[in-house]
Ligand binder design. Structure first.
Ligand code: ADP
Ligand code: MG
Ligand code: MG
Length: 883
């Protein structure tokens, strides 16, 4: 096995496609090298070494040392310096890089190779002693922290003490002599913490750092991040060792980070920040206020520091060329890191940039228009679930808002919630169902779980590329970053600004699209669905095969779903129409009647209301298919709870209270989910289904008369397990259909079908399809009945099942394709065999879950049906599944 891959001098042994082996960073360093971009030479130790390391008791493969030695010699040859040399020392960085980018998870060590001897050589060679000792103190601190595990604050104290004793404020004011004194202190810190001196041998430093990178793959932060992002531990990380270039050699040096397009809005404009005379992550660490790359960026952010476009115009021009070259090559927005050493540009990283959902949409649509990617690629670029964020509320412009501060619009969307100051508190309150806004001076990887739990994140320090901003955008949380006017006092638990004080637990609203921070809860409104969104959805529609319907019974839901592009109703749950105040008493009267005659009296009261419901739905759906499920839930769900309610029902029915109470007890069931419900109700009380069928057909006739639109309702019988049940009930429906047709003088068109939600029904699909004209997979119940797990009670043990890996996902969220899916597949095949043109759809929660939608495409269903807000997600997922 080859364990080490070199890059540099305009070529490389690796390529971008080799991410699995080289990690994202290493693969892209190789790719940039191959593209002829100015990349300092280096080499990558593969992820396979990491795997080997953990599989073999933290030992390296035998040949690794030889390979590393040879690759290091190659760097030495290219740059003409020697690792550990007293006069002309090569310094390197040791950088981690997993397959998927894990921002801030793994620590990088810079300036490795410095010791008491080489630092003097570096000082002589560069003619800049200050630079050399500044680099050395950075190295000791980084190495001390990352590799030797000495806490940061020990080093910070030494520096603070020195500054105070010598009346110095800024790091830039420290001279070479100052840094030498600080270095002495740093070395004492190490000696004290470890009982041995700071390692002087560059080889020992190198292997220590490599070991630390591999070790960090299993640190708590990395493990949390992997959990949140579904990254398997087996992937491992690579280690990159690269010749150092220096952004801290003076005023013609700089370091920076940039996005090739705006990661927040998606605007096709170069967006980035840089710091003059700085090294490494100084830009994102918030130590000094970073400057903008472009004049436009500077103006937009109200900065008065010069843009790179002004201060280093030639370097900026080169950087902008690199930007265009990278975009053309990768055909995606890139997130880049660079350093300028004495006016020469070096590229240190590129990767596909994290972006907000609105930015992802704009970038995908723009790139299709620019001809950079195809429509299909554009469709595949958008994570269907992320559309959720585009459909999310924004602040109502008419709402009054009391703005107390303004920060950077770091991640869009408006969010209100209680102020909390720690990740722990955020997690705790969110667990209790509260909305919280996590307020921090700045965030660090330790806060990730709290950021995840919060509705929004507010920081008082840091820029658009700060940890809070990057992570919030990735998670889709709204975030206002760097609201510098706010003072957070963790000890007293307050945020103050001018004369306003906000305490922990007070409600605030943040708008991650504008950066505004407001007191109290501010009204929100739904977003516009035109422009780029409509364009992308149009492309998706053109590429998908499956139709997308919605689950809706109220006119509001039906209208919302139409607006989101629903092509009909896949599930109208008639029982939801029974709870409305104007009819619940009649419904209860019907249920509590103990004779057919009594039930018919009550049903006659409900019928006109039910008809009106359907008229309204049919009108909204304008001839699109509407599947109506006849009464499904156990009757006891409608029973009155209190004596007062029972008395009301008794009065309406003209009987006495004791009779109602008695009947109510009679209806009680031990296991209602498997009790007297679904078509079993229709078998016992056919008059209920008869009334519902009549209401449906009469509504269809009425709508035809009024609008000329032919509605073909799909009447769906729930919880069928045998063909016989369906036969009996279809007869009832057909009889009513005949009667309504005769009365109207026009044949009413309709279909009769069934939900497949019992394993028996799935297995018996061939027989059932003799009667059923369509199947709709009710995967909520089908999951319950297949697993024998009650959805309402699963909460107490499902987490254990996920933790122990018995179930990878919650089967009520993501379809269990192995088991439940197999039943769906069997039913689809057997149903089609009997009736080749049988309509097949799915109407469980899964209809809006992207991975379940992919499964439906594979099985060849005709449509998926989901809640209104998920319709766009399902449309996109269906397109992606078909591509
Ligand atoms: P992360 O994965 O956290 O982004 P990196 O490995 O990219 O860590 O290192 C962080 C920063 O360190 C880089 O953005 C860059 O500024 C600096 N850096 C890394 N390697 C070098 C190098 N060879 N020369 C100069 N700076 C470097
Ligand atoms: Mg980086
Ligand atoms: Mg059901």
């Amino acid at each position: 096995t080859k364990w080490v891959y070199s890059f540099g001098e305009g070529k490389a042994e690796g390529r971008a496609e080799m991410k699995n082996l080289l990690g994202g960073k290493g693969a892209n360093l190789a790719e940039m090298s191959n593209l002829g971009l100015p990349v300092p030479p280096g080499f990558t130790v593969t992820t396979e070494v990491c795997t080997y390391f953990y599989a073999n008791g933290r030992q390296y493969p035998d040949t690794l040392r030889t390979e590393v030695g040879a690759a290091l010699a190659e760097i030495e040859r290219i740059v003409g310096m020697t690792f550990g040399d007293a006069e002309n020392p090569l310094l390197v960085s040791v950088r981690s890089g997993a397959r998927a980018s894990m921002p801030g998870m793994m620590d990088t060590v810079l300036n490795l190779g410095l010791n008491d001897v080489t630092v003097a050589g570096l000082a002589r060679r560069s003619g800049d002693a200050r630079f050399a000792y500044d680099s050395y103190r950075r190295f000791i601190q980084m190495f001390g922290n990352v590799v030797l595990d000495v806490d940061h604050h020990h080093f910070e104290e030494v520096l603070e003490d020195h500054k105070r004793d010598h009346d110095l404020n800024l790091d830039t004011e420290l001279t070479a002599e100052d840094w030498q004194a600080v270095i002495k202190g740093y070395k004492e810190v190490v000696q004290e913490a470890l009982g041995r001196p700071f390692p002087q041998d560059p080889q020992e430093q190198l292997w220590g750092a490599i070991g630390a990178v591999f070790g960090s793959w299993m640190n708590a932060r990395a493990i949390t991040y992997r959990k949140l992002h579904d990254i398997p531990a087996e992937w491992g990380t690579a280690v990159n060792i690269q010749a150092m270039v220096f952004g801290n050699m003076g005023e013609d040096c700089a370091t920076g980070v940039a996005f090739t397009r705006n990661p927040s809005t998606g605007e096709n404009a170069f967006y980035g920040e840089y710091l003059i005379n700085a090294q490494g992550e100084d830009v994102v660490a918030g130590i000094r206020t970073p400057q903008h790359l472009t004049i436009a960026g500077k103006i937009a952010n109200g900065s008065d520091l010069p843009a790179m476009e002004e201060s280093m115009p030639e370097v900026f021009r080169q950087l902008n060329e690199v930007r265009l070259k990278l975009e053309r090559h990768y055909r995606d927005m890139q997130d880049i890191e660079f350093t300028v050493q004495q006016s020469k540009l070096y590229m240190l990283q590129t990767r596909s940039g994290k972006r907000t959902a609105p930015a992802a949409l704009k970038i995908a649509v723009d790139m299709v228009r620019e001809g950079l990617i195809t429509q299909k690629e554009g469709i595949l670029r958008i994570e269907p679930k992320s559309l959720d964020q585009l459909l999310h509320p924004t602040l109502d412009p008419k709402a009054t808002k009391q703005i107390i501060a303004k920060g950077l619009p770091a991640s869009p969307g408006a969010a209100s919630g209680k102020v909390v100051f720690t990740a722990e508190e955020a997690e705790k309150l969110a667990g209790l169902g509260e909305n919280v806004i996590l307020c921090r001076v700045e965030t660090s990887p330790e806060d990730i779980h709290g950021m995840h739990a919060a509705r929004g994140i507010l920081t008082t320090r840091g820029g658009m590329t700060s940890h809070a901003a990057v992570v919030a955008r990735g998670m889709g949380r709204s975030c206002v970053a760097g609201a510098g006017e706010l003072r957070i006092d963790y000890k007293r638990g307050i945020i103050s600004v001018r004369n306003v004080e906000v305490k922990a637990g007070d409600i605030i609203t943040i708008d991650g699209s504008t950066g505004e921070v407001m007191l109290g809860e501010v009204q929100t409104i739904q977003p516009e669905l035109s422009g780029d969104f409509a364009e992308l959805m149009g492309w998706a529609d053109a590429h998908r095969r499956m139709k997308v319907r919605t689950n809706a019974e109220t006119p509001l839901d039906a209208r919302t779903a139409r607006k989101f592009g629903a092509e009909g109703i896949g599930l109208c749950r008639t029982e939801h129409m029974f709870f409305d105040a104007d009819r619940i008493i009649a419904v209860r009267e019907m249920i509590l009647a103990d004779t057919e005659a009594g039930r018919r009296v009550a049903l006659a009261k409900i019928a006109p209301m039910q008809r009106k419901d359907f008229v309204e739905l049919f009108k909204i759906m304008k001839g699109l298919p509407v599947t109506i499920r006849l009464l499904d839930p156990p009757l006891h769900e409608f029973l009155p709870n209190s004596d007062a309610e029972m008395a009301e029902v008794a009065k309406a029915a003209g009987t006495d209270l004791s009779k109602v109470q008695h009947r109510s007890l009679q209806l009680h069931e031990a296991n209602p989910m498997l009790g007297h419900r679904g078509c079993r109700l229709g078998i016992s009380y056919p008059e209920i289904y008869e009334m519902q069928a009549r209401a449906i057909f009469e509504a269809a006739v009425e709508v035809f008369k009024e609008t000329g639109e032919t509605v073909t309702p799909e009447v769906m019988i729930p919880l069928v397990g045998t063909k016989k049940e369906l036969d009996i009930l279809k007869e009832v429906i057909d009889r009513v259909g005949g009667e309504v047709s005769t009365a109207a003088g026009r044949k009413v068109e309709y279909l009769v079908g069934t939900m497949i939600e019992l394993p028996r029904a799935a297995l018996q699909a061939a027989k059932i399809a003799e009667t059923a004209q369509f199947f709709s997979f009710g995967t909520n119940d089908l999951t319950q009945t297949t697993f024998g797990i009650s959805r309402d009670d699963a909460g107490s043990f499902l987490p254990d099942y996920q933790r122990t890996g018995i179930l990878e996902h919650d089967p009520f969220v993501t379809l269990d394709t192995d088991g439940v899916g197999e039943l769906v597949q069997i039913a689809a095949e057997r149903g089609r065999k009997t009736r080749p043109d049988i309509k097949l759809g799915i109407c469980g929660e899964h209809g809006g879950d992207p991975s379940s939608v992919y499964f439906c495409e594979k099985v060849g269903l005709d449509y998926v049906s989901c809640s209104p807000y998920r319709v766009p997600i399902a449309r996109l997922a269906a397109a992606q599944a078909a591509i």
